[in-house]
Write a protein that binds this ligand. Sequence first.
Ligand SMILES: [Zn+2]
Length: 340
Amino acid sequence: MKQESAAPTTQLIDVDGKVSRVPPPLGSKPLLIFLVIGETARAADFELLGHVRPTNPKLSGVGDLYLFNEMSSCGTSTAISLPCIFSGLGREKFEVANATNRTNLLDTLTKGGIAVEWRDNNSGCKGICARVPAVAMQAEVTPLLCQEDYCHDEILLSGLSKSITDNPVDQLKVLHQIGSHGPAYWRRYPASFEYFKPTCRTTNLGACSLDEIHNAYDNTVRYTDHVLSKMIEMLQDLSDRYDTVFIYVSDHGESIGENGLYLHGAPYYFAPDMQTRIPMLLWMSEGYRQRKNIQSSCVQSLRNLPFSHDNIYHTVLGMADIKNAFYNSTLDILKVCRPL
Ligand SMILES: [Zn+2]
């Protein structure tokens, strides 16, 4: 693992104003949040969200996993969606140039007393993690999970438990996946996850049939299913010592041949749903739900409401009981389910 180089922080605009935190109840366990940023995962291929193929065999067995069926992305590319999620600006107001010179969600959480770390198995944090500890996953740490220049997403779990328990304070880990990034879908999962066959095994998608491309793509989703279930398992194991929360959201979707379109990055207003409708999943330990008096039936009732990346900033702040000048309770998805 290596430390990511920090992005320039000149002329940083602090948009937080006063940051305040409701103190946790006396005797509370520390808070532990995994915020998993998926890559190129589209809702249409998640079995949990209606896909006809078995792409979520492990997550389907996780109890109290909350699904969000109508979630849309800020952009159709990583370069837009990633900074947008953390900026708090919202899709209508977001511009990359405006977001890079202002404090973001991670800065606010840090001011509120949360120890933040960014763990990256993608192409970096686009400057979002410039002022928090950041680790780029490297092949030498767990060579079995890596091939040539990149590693499978399970490497995000390497050393993760130790980094949490070495620091028994309130903390948030951003886990940034390589997920389903194309066009080399077949490289995104270990050979043992080649479940749907035959697969497209070239980056020249035009040389493959639509079925071969779809098979390879669905194998990436099935591998993400495995990785996410391992992350929840870790939070379950730690829930005797921490009140734990798991949030997974993809950065954007993907076209895999529908209407002759491939990959992503279409102009937003013309982009097909396949590129903008994304999966979001939430899991909370029983301790966290009790601490906040969150009723499962309330969270389940949110399943088909329309949400977007605009909600993530405010929902994460709300889950950590942190407010700043930007916090908007109407965009906090769980506010309605959290009487305390
Ligand atoms: Zn992306």
